[in-house]
Design a protein around this ligand. Structure first.
Ligand SMILES: [Zn+2]
Length: 282
């Protein structure tokens, strides 16, 4: 399936990632509706990773233009109180719209977003808290496959068996993942995900604690070796700090790609710019 991806992502200011054919939006930072315009009507499911303003600041306008019946459905980290507050405020501020209920989600929750695709919520350590305050997401392709115990049977035996027994089971295969804001995790969570959208707020590891934020982020220097190890086929890098110029980002990236012999397509969602790409997902 070909999917058009449009995105904007600059640390502190705004992040949103739109997958058009799936009607799927990851995060809804400032300017999401004004960039997507009529296309924002296509969004059916919004997954907001965490309550930082650069990830939810566009929701008021987005919903005022697009809330209709049960859509767009919105999912948020279960222990963040910002979302119930915003839902209440939004409903009072724009009483002419009927805002759908928003759903609190936790680690390992799987939400169907399309007949063939689901999104799984993954905990990340962006917010230092044992509670569910920050999530990453993996998009899975759902496929029915024959149960292993029946793999030796002939097609006529399978046909006969089908009338009395369930012979298939659901297989979830990862097709794309969105890290949202997170430190780099080397625990295999992205292993063999074909397309990874991962943040790199900073270029160098030594810069990680230079900001005022106590929340944790990634550096490009840590991201590239992790991606090499994880067997990713395609990488999109988001959430750069606006302190870096395009030249600084591309020169660090080229050096790291060479150093770690990374031989996959890498795209940059550069600070202050909208980005679009067509992806081939399974
Ligand atoms: Zn952010």
């Amino acid at each position: 399936m070909k999917v058009k991806l449009q995105a904007y992502s600059t640390a502190l200011f705004s992040t949103w990632i739109f997958l058009e054919e799936l009607g799927l939006l990851f995060d809804c930072g400032d300017g999401c509706a004004s960039h997507l315009m009529q296309k924002s009507r296509k969004v059916k499911h919004i997954f907001v990773s965490h309550p930082d303003r650069d990830h939810l600041g566009g929701l008021l306008q987005f919903n005022q233009l697009n809330a209709r019946g049960e859509y767009p459905k919105l999912y948020y980290p279960a222990d963040s109180s910002s979302f119930p507050f915003l839902h209440e405020f939004s409903s009072k501020f724009d009483p002419q719209i009927t805002l759908p209920e928003w759903t609190a989600v936790r680690e390992n929750d799987v939400i169907d977003v399309h007949p063939d695709y689901s999104v799984k919520c993954i905990r990340n350590e962006h917010v230092p808290s044992p509670l569910t305050k920050s999530l990453s997401f993996i998009l899975y392709r759902k496929k029915k496959k024959l149960k292993a115990e029946f793999s030796e049977l002939s097609s006529s035996e399978l046909t006969k068996l089908k009338s009395t027994t369930v012979i298939t089971e659901l297989e979830l295969r990862p097709v794309l993942a969105y890290s949202a804001d997170t430190p780099v995790e080397n625990d295999g969570r992205w292993q063999d995900v074909p397309v990874l959208i991962h943040e790199a707020t900073f270029l160098k590891k030594s810069e990680l604690h230079s900001g005022r934020e106590r929340n944790k982020h990634s550096s490009l220097e840590e991201l590239i070796p992790m991606v090499k190890q994880a067997g990713i086929n395609q990488l999109l890098i988001s959430h750069f700090s606006s302190r870096y110029s395009e030249e600084e980002i591309t020169s660090d990236l080229s050096r790291l790609i060479e150093e770690h012999e990374l031989k996959i397509p890498v795209s940059l969602i550069l600070p202050g710019r909208t980005f679009s790409i067509e992806l081939e997902i399974e």
